[in-house]
Design a binder for this molecule. Sequence first.
Ligand SMILES: Cc1cc2nc3c(=O)[nH]c(=O)nc-3n(C[C@H](O)[C@H](O)[C@H](O)COP(=O)(O)OP(=O)(O)OC[C@H]3O[C@@H](n4cnc5c(N)ncnc54)[C@H](O)[C@@H]3O)c2cc1C
Length: 520
Amino acid sequence: MDRDELITQLQDDPVIWDFIIIGGGATGLGTAVEAASRGYRTLLLEQHDFAKGTSSRSTKLVHGGVRYLRQGNVSLVLEALRERGLLRQNAPHLVKNQSFIVPNYDWWEGPFYGIGLKIYDKLAGDLGLGPSENLSKEETLAKIPTLEPDDLNGGVIYHDAQFDDSRLAINLLQTLFDHDGIGINYMEVTDLLKANGLISGVKAEDREGNHTFELQARAVINATGIFTDSIRKMDDPDNRELIRPSQGVHIVLDESFQPGESAIMVPKTDDGRVLFAVPWHDRIIVGTTDTPIEAPSLEPRAKEEEVEFLLTHAARYLTKDPEPEDVLSVFAGIRPLVANKNSKDTSSISRDHSLIIDPSGLVTIAGGKWTTYRKMAEDTIDEATMVAGLDERESITDNLRLHGWLKNSDAADPFELYGSDALALKKIASEQADGNPQLHPNLPYTPAEVIWAARSEMARTVEDVLARRTRALLLDARASIEIAEPVAKLMARELNYDHQWVTNQVETYTELAKGYFLSP
Ligand SMILES: Cc1cc2nc3c(=O)[nH]c(=O)nc-3n(C[C@H](O)[C@H](O)[C@H](O)COP(=O)(O)OP(=O)(O)OC[C@H]3O[C@@H](n4cnc5c(N)ncnc54)[C@H](O)[C@@H]3O)c2cc1C
């Protein structure tokens, strides 16, 4: 995956793609894999880095959505539980079982949530990850010793799954290449091409080289999340706005706040939301909020009241109250919620995601969640094939092993998340003259991950490496700034950049990362 070679290929070899997919988040990457694995010529274009948008800012859960069960939306839960099972099977190196405890402080909560979660188990059927159970107070505290014991009656334990969102995005990108598709980052679609009123391709600008491309396709798929409307307005400026952006914030704490393997799930906070505190890469992620916002942004910032809400709720359920200075990182993401549907141009596949075919042939897929990306992609390509006038081919993704697939990966292996690529990383590590030392005592990363990211995962900037190829920015934003320079130097060596590039990268990254911690 040499980006410069891909750019040359695009310049020298003008082809008519079967599908051009705009957007390199979960939805776009999933759709590209769906298309390429059915044998269609597939090109994906991402304006920034893969998963820069919402797809690196989730709560990192692969879940059926207990919340939807409460709303009575059984079909949605069934669909998500099936996808959870498939993802666990197709990317076992990244998707792990996660036990959750619903702490019960009121007498009715044990039986109430106990019954609800039994239904959840039943819906999962053979793809279930373990039975839910009611726990006594002692059993609950044995699992989470720092849970607030006052007035605690007991808990209910149930099982879902957890993953690393941007690592899965990169594995999807690699899977796309494994199936002869192409994905390019830092390539922004700036306009749509039309012939006789129908979409015939896209105009795209290479943000690194400032080249402009006119690329032809039989169908163009808009998978741009919160930016969905900007692409639909390129098609028709009168198109109604579809997306209602809503921000969700997480804070990241040291694992001493919640030691052990279990997560906490609070079914109803003061504002009626579900709150999670989940162990992740030896930290605890607490989230999330739900704040309607005006305009979409690639780099959303947490509002003070959102952080306050999370700190207050974490303190309510944990014996050790987190203070602002305990927050290792705070990150915000924006949900691409679809506002309402216009029956004229909208075919609703489920209440969770929307697939729209405009009169021009533009295919738009929006909404949904990470967990259901594969089903969204399957629905999209089924429809887009007809728009493109291509022969129909069966989906194979429900049993398609994603790049990196490795059963029984070793939790003690520092490169476990890389699955079958871990061997290649070990080789790079063994070639380091200084023995591949950890870059920072508070972060689990070494030069090998940086070199691999630049060489094999299309990382182009220090931010790509520290925010998405590794998760340094989320695990400890301050520490990540301290390693920006060595990371930039390692990348410059790989990608042939000069001293000035290193200086610029360190400055740019430092500015960005300062937005991820609270106090100076
Ligand atoms: C706070 C929060 C927590 C969540 N937690 C979970 C969870 O635990 N589990 C779960 O299953 N789901 C979760 N979700 C939902 C999930 O993260 C999203 O549904 C999913 O990531 C959306 O992916 P996407 O590809 O549609 O959008 P995005 O990831 O935003 O991708 C869209 C991409 O399009 C690109 N783009 C835009 N315009 C252009 C252009 N002109 N040219 C080229 N590229 C362009 C953007 O740069 C962006 O990368 C959560 C969401 C939020 C906000």
